[in-house]
Design a protein around this ligand. Sequence first.
Ligand code: TRP
Length: 452
Amino acid sequence: MNNRIERAHWASRFGFVLAAAGSAIGLGNIWKFPYITGKNGGGAFVLVYLLCIVLVGLPIMMAEFLIGRHGQRDAVGSFESLEGKGSPWRLVGWGGVAASFILLSFYAVVAGWSFDYIFKSASGSLGGKTPEQINDLFGALVADPGRVIFWQFLFMAATVGIVLGGVRGGIERWSKILMPVLFLLLLLLFIRGMSSPGAQAGLEFMFRPDFSRITPEALLDALGHAFFTLSLGAATMITYGSYLPPDSDLFTLSVRITLLDTLVALLAGLAIFPVVFAAGLEPGSGPGLVFQTIPIVLAGLPFGSFLALIFFILLAFAALSSSISMLEVSVAYLIDEKGWRRNRATVLVGSLAFVLGIPSALSFNRWAELKPLFDRTFFDLFDLLVSSYMLPLGGMFVALYAGWFWKGEEEKNELAASAPRPWLFPVWHFLLRYITPAAVLIILLNQMGIWG
Ligand code: TRP
């Protein structure tokens, strides 16, 4: 049943770090982090977020890589190869496949907006506009269902195109090109932000904690975002880990990926908030934040419209290196478990995710008033379901598995495979056993109004 062709592996460790960092770094860092930081009042939220990254995110990332590398199959198959066929743990793999699929559906909608902005910058329609006019352009875009769905489709097609090329020739090769350029450009925007008149206000907003802003919802946002930004809880890192050769030092690799991701989020915030304050915009203005502020930041610069073009190309690429990782989860499942060919799996899953994404695309226009549940649009519902529930729960089960159930010896050997660090295993194990599950549970129960 399974195809036993030699399984693909990353060509180099560097390629793997870039691919996994490419998955982690995406709209979450550049689009979502600034706007939820804005919504939750800045500094205190950033602090809680960083804590969640170190105490919850990093240990789970290591666990996901470990499970995948040990299992050497897709997420469902990796749990089965560790625990035996039909083991209930395969449901965690399944949950991950479902989460990354739903995520892909609405991620492509937002990523499509960045395509539209590439087009806007290239055609010069961002030039010579006042901040108000630039703000209005965003509203006009999302209000146009045909336009949004057109770009969503193109974005999905690009994702499918890369994943068709496979692990090395598609994912790894593209990540090596896209990530370094993205980083340089962000650095430039950061310098620009820091030299803007709003720099002081921006820095204070991001780093001066006001603990009265820490509500249960802010905690849930911070934890949910730690999972989201590191691509955890949706089997993505299990799948990427399964393409690792057995001798890699997972701790060092995970730390690097986490640092890169955090750095990019902070740089994005520091590029954006100074401008928000200097231009008198509202930091809590929501999903339009980057699309409205970046063109304003760049408008005053020499070659501003050219830089805007580059920025949106890179935003689209950052989104692509993430969306390919979401698609790869389901594709790996169909290849490894069902024996499908890559082409067939990729095209089918990509098409289904496109169709499922249409209600999300309509949530900003035709169906803006259609709120099927909890007074939320489809887009907000999918985002709530995945980011606030499926990812934290998925991560919690990974932690419970690695912390309590996975046979200790085997696991220790895995973790120590290339670089023995006596302190590492106990600390990691403790976090996975107690801290991670407790954090997720308390916050979820609280959110549902059951506890606290
Ligand atoms: N981490 C990516 C971002 O910040 C999104 C992403 C890719 C993701 N794969 C994932 C999120 C898997 C959760 C799970 O944009």
